[in-house]
Design a protein around this ligand. Structure first.
Ligand code: SAH
Ligand code: SF4
Ligand code: F3S
Length: 465
């Protein structure tokens, strides 16, 4: 795998060039608005683009009307993410009519789809720059080209094996952040578009990850979330293979880091070694996101998930045995092609037995190009709606019971921000539970012991002890 540092220097050079060019021009005010859709890996990419724009001398706004550059990092995992972008482009068209010098930039997963690019060329000629997931490191270079051009620039790569390290980033919080440990996905779950738009799985070198975390710790970051589509298969494709559990042990040694989270774990690769590392660790949070997708062994097979109902339940059992207070969360899809009432009842059964703290429930969305989209036995909409409602009510009821189990206990809370209500601060426990506590904003970024007084379903009110 090529880990390319010269490319970083080239792009840093382009950041300077853009800054000089913008300084000499009066037609574009350096004010941008960036919007992010999709998963945490996309958010991290958005932070990099924002960090680059900041270095170019841009100021950020949340209002499109005030911005001269508008950027969208897109997601295409479900159809509604897609529709949202098209809807928004219609709105931007109006703004751009009144403000023709405004630049519109689209990037991210949705741009890797050919039919999307065709649509943009045909129906949205006012979009100025489009790039994809494989060449996002070229953002400064492409942005420079856009500033020098009046025509639409579209640059999409089909694949790349490059990992470009060390570009700037504008982190939302000074004390916590995500860290990519891998890119892409090799699993090809039959409903999922991610492997097609993110390409093959590539792991970062452990040294690069550890160096980045050390640097972050030096800058005051205490909580990190290691990110990948399937972190449990981290390191398998490296020249010198490393397991995810081994990486976690190294991260644990870094001074200054107090909390380690990770996402997402694929059940098929969740090893006993990892469970043991979690049980022994003093820093890994007692929270595991373990997407089950379906509780039916038959559907799981067609989904190409490589585990069945019993194996999933066995994993849950093992994790609870090793880490008794673990908070478990999951993703579930309703209405996968061919799902029968019996299959659905299996899903309800696994939910009941697994006692999730929360589960994200999704209605199956047909993604062009995936094997499931070609399956003929799509489930009727009214059946899906009925199942979805039943599942949601079970998940919510269970979530409330699970969350309430900490009532009256004292937990360590990392304070993140001021609440809209004056005098209240909002923070999280290691179990990822949200807690509102009276306190002053000096506590933001700090860890304090908090008694969890009242559970309000999915969050708590508490007080400092
Ligand atoms: N890599 C992660 C998931 C990434 S996508 C994993 O394997 O667990 C996040 C979630 O979106 C998935 O867990 C799945 O539940 C949901 N999802 C993905 N494709 C979908 C589709 N076509 N329709 C509905 N939900 C989907
Ligand atoms: Fe999609 Fe499956 Fe890869 Fe997750 S593991 S990103 S669901 S293909
Ligand atoms: Fe969406 Fe791409 Fe993430 S499709 S969920 S933003 S990997």
């Amino acid at each position: 795998m090529e880990q390319n540092y010269n490319e970083t220097e080239l792009q840093l050079e382009y950041i300077k060039k853009c800054k000089e060019l913008l300084g000499a021009r009066s037609d574009i005010r350096p004010v941008y608005r960036i919007q992010n859709e999709g998963c945490q890996m996309n958010s991290l990419q958005t932070e990099t683009v924002a960090g680059i724009l900041d270095q170019m001398g841009f100021a950020r706004t949340e209002k499109e009307e005030e911005a001269d550059v508008v950027l969208y990092n897109t997601c295409t995992v479900r159809e509604n993410a897609n529709q949202k972008i098209y809807g928004h482009l219609g709105y931007l068209k109006g703004i751009k009519k009144a403000k023709p010098h405004m630049k519109i930039v689209l990037f991210g997963c949705m741009m890797q789809e050919e039919h999307v690019i065709d649509t943009i060329r045909r129906s949205y000629p006012f979009v100025d720059l489009v790039f994809g997931t494989h060449n996002s490191f070229k953002f400064p270079e492409l942005f420079y080209a856009m500033l020098n051009s009046d025509s639409q620039i579209i640059d999409i790569w089909k694949e790349s094996d490059r990992i470009v390290e060390g570009l700037p980033s504008a982190r939302k919080y000074s004390f916590k952040t995500g860290v990519n440990i891998m890119f892409g996905c090799n699993n090809f779950c039959s409903y999922c578009i991610v492997p097609y738009v993110r390409g093959r799985e590539k792991s970062r070198e452990p040294q690069a990850i550890l160096r980045e975390i050390e640097q972050l710790a030096g800058e005051g970051v205490t909580e990190i979330m290691l990110l990948g589509q399937n972190v449990n298969s981290y390191g398998k494709t490296l020249g010198t293979p490393v397991t995810f559990a081994a990486l976690l042990k190294e991260v644990e040694k870094i001074d200054g880091i107090r909390r380690i989270r990770f996402m997402t774990s694929h059940p098929k690769d969740l090893s006993d070694e990892l469970i043991q590392v979690m049980a022994e660790s003093k820093k890994i949070c007692h929270h595991l996101h373990l997407p089950m997708q379906s509780g039916s062994s038959r559907i799981l097979k067609v989904m190409n998930r490589h585990y069945d109902k019993e194996q999933y339940l066995e994993l849950v059992r093992k994790i609870r045995e090793a880490v008794p207070d673990i908070s478990l969360t999951s993703d579930i899809i309703v209405g996968f092609p061919g799902e029968t009432e019996e299959d659905f009842l299996d899903t309800m059964d696994v939910v009941e037995k697994s006692r999730f703290d929360t589960a994200f429930t999704f209605i199956y969305s047909k993604r062009t190009g995936t094997p499931a989209a070609r399956m003929e036995n799509q489930v009727p909409e009214d059946v899906i709606k009925d199942r979805f409602a039943r599942l949601l009510s079970l998940v919510q009821e269970q979530g409330r019971t699970q969350s309430a189990r900490f009532t009256g206990t004292v937990q360590e809370v990392l304070f993140e921000e001021e609440n809209r209500e004056p005098g209240l601060l909002t923070g999280r426990t290691q179990h990822n539970l949200i807690v509102h506590v009276p306190g002053s904003k000096e506590l933001i970024g700090q860890y304090r012991q908090v008694r969890l007084d009242t559970c309000k379903g999915f969050y708590y009110f508490g007080h400092l002890v």
